[in-house]
Design a protein. Structure first.
Length: 89
């Protein structure tokens, strides 16, 4: 995602119930952040979100989950219905 770009999904239907997602790219400041929510009683146990840097950089620090540099994704284990993640590049 390029600097200043956003992705917003509000209550999108899914197998697990309504899901909301907000992703903000602040690559000039060195990070991309995301907020995920799914408050259904059928919410997933784990969530994987991919936050690729537009220049192919790998994250040097990640909060809110476990980073996999090969897939540029973040695993959120034991998802409780709401999560915030941030990848610093």
């Amino acid at each position: 995602m390029e600097d200043g770009k956003r992705i917003t999904l509000n209550n999108v239907g899914s197998y697990f119930g309504p899901v909301s997602l907000r992703v903000n790219a602040k690559t000039k400041a060195g990070f991309i952040e995301a907020a995920i929510s799914c408050n259904s009683k059928f919410k997933p146990q784990n969530v994987i979100i991919r936050l690729p840097h537009p220049e192919g950089k790998r994250a040097v620090k990640v909060s809110g989950g476990t980073y996999d540099p090969v897939t540029e994704s973040i695993l959120i284990k034991d998802f409780n219905g709401m999560a915030n993640v941030r990848a610093d590049y």
